[in-house]
Structure formats: structure tokens, C-alpha cells
Design a protein around this ligand. Sequence first.
Ligand SMILES: Cc1ncc(COP(=O)(O)O)c(C=O)c1O
Length: 504
Amino acid sequence: MTEDLTLREGCQGTPPLSARLEPWMRELLADPDTCSALLEQYGSPLNVHDFAALPRNAAELTEVAEASGVDLRIFVARKANKTLGMVRAAHRAELGVDVGSERELLQVLDVGVPPQDVVVSAAIKPAAVLRLALESGSLLVLDNLDEVAAARRVAEEIAAARAGATAARDESFPVALRLAPEPTDLIPPTRFGESARTWLELIDGGMLGGMLRVDGVHFHLHGYDAIARAAALGEALDLIDRLRERGLAEKDAFVDIGGGVPMSYLDSADQWDAFWQAHDQAAADTRDLPLTWRGDPLTRVYPYHQQVVRGPWLRALLHHEIRPGTTVAQALRERGVQLRCEPGRSMMDGCGMTLARVIQRTTASDGVPLVGLEMNRTQCRSTSDDFLVDPILVRTGGGSPSDPSTPLEGFLVGAYCIEEELILRRRLAFPYGVAVGDVIALPNTAGYLMHILESASHQIPLASNVERHCGDLSGDANGRGAAPEHRVPRFERDGIDRVMPIRA
Ligand SMILES: Cc1ncc(COP(=O)(O)O)c(C=O)c1O
């Protein structure tokens, strides 16, 4: 039996959706003692990170940009993962960081990321965020007219405090304009930003003031469509041209296309297709065992399998013609405009995993088998209806406080006192049963799933976060140079756990 089968055979979806696993994940999952010891030390659930994949993920984008002659700058979206380890890893890889709140910004600056490597794209910007962004010299993305008025006031206060009202006129603060691209069949309407016309009217009306210095244009689109982004980028470049006619965004100008770079959680397109066939069939024929909780169909889900991700996706975008005979890459090059992006999820691919302890095996009053975990459903959740990736069962064997159950097919449930407290909505098969004390691992959760919706409801603490480092005395901090047998992984609590309320 192959190592992979051994790893995956204890728990599978019906039908299976096998997670793409990084080598570090396989190594940890093959070590039940360490999994148990980590949960013992840090509590359940536990988010384990290893950011070795981050520079590789980013390089997939930069290599394609370079080959297309495009100057690309990546700002990793911090909202996808709250750890300070992620910020440090991004900084080590010479990437910038995109922040969505005052705390995110404060922490990023505290970690030592220089302000010129920070973009503040927060959806709502209270005065404190505006002040910190402008005072630090981070790039502020202006979203709407009220925000411009507020930013102007803060900029004037800062300048006055710094140099006195007269000298203050020389002060300038870098900003980008958030463009709401014209909605089309391809580009969905957005609540963010303003149209190019509104921005130009604002500028022509002198409403931007003299201190907010427009260096570029920003947008972020819902979804992952490269061609929609190419169209929006064309509109953003037109806006850059209009700004330049007005003496703005002349030097070092950029267009920032936000996030939405796709990734794939599953290797097998066949599994993905088979799952949806079974899903649609189950909706038509209710005699079979339901595939999902109470047979509820899944309607809004992330495309957990995608063929074209990161590098090839960017290539499709850059090589798309925005006008007959002119590709996106050419249009950027001709104008000397830098391309920026703020990918979150696709940069966290392979960087994290959530471990949880099995607490109980029960059945619903109609006989549906349930496996109770020491976690709640906000600890692996995004805006998607479900996380369509199979968990891994780590048998803790001698360490388990119970014998395994008989084989079962059922659902993972959690700690909140509501009927639909499901960790995953798909029916899972445990062909060798499951024991109290076993560990369930949810693979590849670092992008959003472990953090974006987590709550401390019921006064249950948020999950702890640790980072796995692999090094020893004969290698560098990342274990490079060390002989494989000397690369001993260490797990260290992430600094964010001291800021946010977690288990004592
Ligand atoms: C402004 C902005 N930038 C970047 C991102 C990151 O997107 P993703 O994680 O899909 O790459 C988001 C996500 O909502 C966003 O709103």
C-alpha cells in the first residue's frame, strides 16, 4: 500500500475529493504522536503553518510577468491569514503586504515592513486608519468621495502638525484611486470605488486638494476571471492616460488589479467532475444516502479544482488583447506602468493546516452517525457553502482514549449549540471507524478558511496558531544546508496569539 493511500484511507468524502498536500503536511500527518502532542500543548483546534510555499507561489507570478516584459509588484493580502509569520514570510520574500484595518497596518509596520511595501485597501477607513496610513507614508487606496474628504482633513492636520501651516503646502501623501470598472457581461457590479468619470470630475473640481498625490489606479473584482481583469485593466490604463494629461501619475505609475488569483485545492479534475455528477444525481434521486447534510444541495462554492492557476492565469491575462493588436502586457510596457496585485488565497496555498481532536461519536435521533470535534464551524469556513476537500484522519493508536468505532459514514460536527453545526456539509466515510482522541486534519486552510470568519462565541477561545520551522544547527534558519536527517521541525506560537484573545 502506498504512503498516500495509508494517509487518506481512514477518511474519505463520498465521493472522494483528495486534498493537494505539501511534503511538510504529509510528514506531520504521518506522525500521530506529534499531532497529539501539539493539540495537548496548544489546545484544539490548532492552526499549523509553514510558509515555505509562499515564495514559490509568488515566483509563479513574477516569472510570467518577467517573461512578458512586465514590471510586477506583489502585495500579499493579509486578510487571507492573520498570522505575523505570514507577514514575516512575505517580507523575507521581498513581497509587499496589503492591509485591511488599522491593526493589520500597525502590526505590519511593527514587524518591520517598510511603508513603501504596504498598501492600505481597507473597505472602511476610520480616521485612525487614514492617519496611520498617511503618517507612515503607506500607500492609501481612496475608495469614495466621503473618504477623499476625510483623507484630505487628516492630511492637512498631519502636515500642519509637522511643519506649520505655511510649509505644509509642500507635503504630499501617496494615494491610489479605486476604480469601479463599468459593469458588463464580464465585469460584475461592485460596491467599491468610483467610476473613472467621477474621479476625473473630482480632480477637475479641485476636490482632491494639493496634498494627496495620485500615483496609480486600483481595482478589485469579485471572482477569478482573467479576461474580466484584462478588460478592467484596459479601463484603468485609460484612466492613467487621463490622469497624466492632468499632470498626475506621471512617474512610477501603477495599476493594482487587487486579488482573485486562482488556486487549486485538488489535483484531480476527474474527482471534481465525478463529485458534481453525483451531487446533481443525488438531487434528482432521493433514494440514495444523501451526499450532503439532509440532502441540501451546495450552490455557492469556491472552484476547489481549477486547471489554470497563478502563472498560467497571469499569462492569459497579460496576453489578452485589450484593443485589436495590443495585449495587456504591451499596453503596460508602452506606458511604463507597473502592474501590481494583491493575491491572498493563492499565496497561502500549501501554507497551513487545521488539526482538531475527536471528542465523541454519536448519532442524530434519526440514526445519522456524527463525529464530534473539539472545534466549531467558524474555524474552517469561508463565504463558500462548504470546504470541498477531504479531511485526513490521523489514528493516534495507543494514545487514543477509546477503541475505534465500527466503520461508519457520517458528518463532522462541532461545538456550537445549533442543529446545523457542521464542520463540513459532505458525508464522510470512515471505513476503519474512528476513536476518541484521534486527530482530524483539514488540509490547506491557511487562505481564509482558518481565520476570516472565526468567532469566539460561547466564550470558546479562538484557535491557537503555530508556525513550523525546519532547521538545525548545521543549516540556516530554514534548514537549508542541513542533512535531511538533521532537519528537526520546531513549532512556535505565532505572535498574533498575544494580540487576539486565544486560549490562555
Ligand atoms: C481589495 C482586495 N485585495 C485583495 C484581496 C485578496 O483576494 P484573494 O485572496 O482572492 O486573492 C481582496 C479580497 O477580498 C480584496 O478585497
